[in-house]
Unconditional design. Sequence first.
Length: 411
Amino acid sequence: MKNLKFYLPLFFALLLLSCKTNGSSSKSETLPVSEKYPPVETGQPNTAYLPAFAGQTRIAGVKTATPYEVKIIAEGLARPWSVVPMPDGRLLITEKGGTLRIATADGTLSAAITGTLPNLNSGGQGGLQGLTLAPDFETSRTLYFMFSEKGEQGNVAAVAKANLSAGETRLENVQVIYRALPYWEKEMHYGGRLIFDRKGNLFVATGERSVLPARYKAQSLDNALGKILHITTDGKPVAGGPFANTPGVLAEIYSYGHRNPLGIDFHPATGELWVVEMGPRGGDELNLIQPGKNYGWPTVTYGIEYNGNTIGEGITASEDTEQPVYYWDPVISPGGMTFYDSNIIPEWKNNLFIAGLSSKHIIRLVIRENKIVGEERLLEDQGQRIRDVAESNGALFAVTDEGRLYRIRKK
Ligand SMILES: [Ca+2]
């Protein structure tokens, strides 16, 4: 931090340059935003680190021109974690303690859907977490989810499948298909989000469990911590993965060097996989996931320890690690995220919406050619820790730690 005096002016000069560049480039004239604003983040950064390229943080602000309404359509959810659109327009919501609820698009909640989640440990950051519906859900009623499971050697992020009972009251045939080993006692940094790809396999995001010895496991390939994994619905590695033929390496590893990835979605136009991960102090990251790549944690990061110390050698870039597309300092503490894949609000088409926990707002990012070109904050006046956000029929739905379900839709 002793170089702060030297780096801080440089940092702001670069920021200014980045705004100027974006404001005057011909590309910006094709943006579906009428005006550009100063960056939405005005707070003091925690670090003196410089971005690797202009626009990697504190991009120009944007404002949605289309009139939209924000409505709390339900309250009283018990620590909702995941909100997932159903094919019929309703929403399936997981609750941390191990229950689910179905909400109609106008917020009528079902009774709690129960079912045996064997050895669920909802302590700390754990519990029933991410959820995704099987591609044939309408006929099979099969869903896949992640939860933290207590075992004899500690806790583990587990992937399970189950069927929603005909009366939508229970989960049936619960079966764990995968465990992100090894076990650790600590009840933190499970990751916990999963998504189906177009071929019917699962991408699974796991965290590094927030203990120093496990932190470095994000860099080694003999374990499933701090990774994006690619597994079949039987929990086996998807064939042909980047490490399929590397001895001593888990064949299900798709990318590595992640801290606590909590949001995952495919870009609707490019089909590419994007992941947002919770960083330490000052290092939340949005990453574009490519097979076999190293995303740096904990040796390369834009964050610092909570006590202010550098992490490792304080390196933000290296040749063998991928740069985040975007990062936040101070942090937003990202939860879930969704791309907006609808024409109802045309200026939102293919934008990314990210739930902000500590920041208490939804982040809207405008993306052009895999670069962030605009940032906006929604629900900033609500004071809620946003845990997850999803899009259904052109409306956004968000759940909060305080138990609310929000709907944001065109007026
Ligand atoms: Ca990284």
